[in-house]
Design a protein around this ligand. Structure first.
Ligand code: KIV
Ligand code: NA
Length: 272
């Protein structure tokens, strides 16, 4: 009997063995992630990665629920965390609770993630007090791309104080972990040392308490997106392109299907 990791298990890893996290949006990818990782994140990046949206702003609660249900079917051990999409929590604690409860009840996720620091602290405390474990997300928060003016590094120079305060605020509000996205490594190290909860870095620092990447990015599946913070552990997009090209050429040359793929009219025959 494999027990699933809990938010408390993740929090207990502060300063210890690095927390391994990847995104997953589908059952087969969830199975792969579950076998190797501690946290499977159903990220709202699904909108850009799988649905071709220009940003995460168009992702709906219904999309998150559908992908969350698919991911849940592939998990045994990893903690499932699901992103709250843009517009589903920012109005206030009551709206956030209503939609977090839907995400958890309809997908089986044990925790939600939401973007924002000090201005989300009240909402995080409200959710945690009512049975919703929250992973926070500060630094570059992609749902705020239009107010941030792009997907830029956050917290450089005088802006560092804002990020320190954001990380501290979400920790004090009761978040069980916090994602630090795209900020200077030295600032990520300072925050990791300052807050009592695990920091999960993406474009942050190797010294964070854990790391997260979009799985399609590290597999080289989403071929035109090559940010500095991603190490490519595979070139699956190039492999898929070559496979599709070979199939197309074979069909045009009548080289596929081969005799081994054809059925005889006699079920007992050699081609059965
Ligand atoms: O949506 C997502 O994939 C994320 C991670 C990159 C942290 O929020
Ligand atoms: Na996200």
């Amino acid at each position: 009997q494999i027990r699933a990791l809990t938010p408390a298990d993740i929090t207990a890893r502060k300063g210890g063995q690095p927390i391994v996290c990847l995104t997953a949006y589908t059952t087969p990818m969830a199975r792969l992630v579950d076998a190797q990782c501690d946290v499977a994140l159903v990220g709202d990046s699904v909108g850009m990665v799988l649905h071709g949206l220009p940003s995460t702003l168009g992702v709906t609660l219904e999309m998150m629920i559908l992908h969350g249900q698919a991911v849940a079917r592939g998990l045994k051990r990893a903690l499932m965390v699901i992103d709250m999409p843009f517009g589903s929590y920012e109005e206030g604690p009551a709206q956030a609770f209503r939609n977090a409860a839907r995400l958890m009840a309809e997908t089986g996720a044990a925790a939600v993630k939401l973007e924002g620091g000090r201005h989300m602290a009240e909402t995080i405390a409200f959710l945690v007090a009512r049975g919703v474990p929250v992973m926070a997300h500060v630094g570059l928060t992609p749902q705020a791309v239009n107010t941030l003016g792009g997907y830029k590094v956050q917290g450089r120079g005088a802006d560092a104080a804002r990020l320190r305060a954001d990380a501290q605020a979400v920790a004090e509000a009761g978040a069980f972990a916090v994602v630090l996205e795209k900020l200077p490594a030295r600032l990520a190290d300072e925050i990791t040392a300052a807050v009592p909860i695990p920091t999960i870095g993406i474009g942050a620092s190797a010294r964070c308490d854990g790391q997260v990447l979009v799985v399609d990015d590290m597999l080289g599946l989403f071929t035109d997106f090559r940010p500095k913070f991603v190490r490519r552990y595979g070139e699956l997009g190039a492999a898929a392109e070559a496979a599709v090209a070979a199939y197309a050429a074979d069909v045009r040359a009548r080289a596929f299907p081969g005799p081994e793929h054809e059925f005889a009219d006699d079920a007992a025959g050699a081609k059965a």
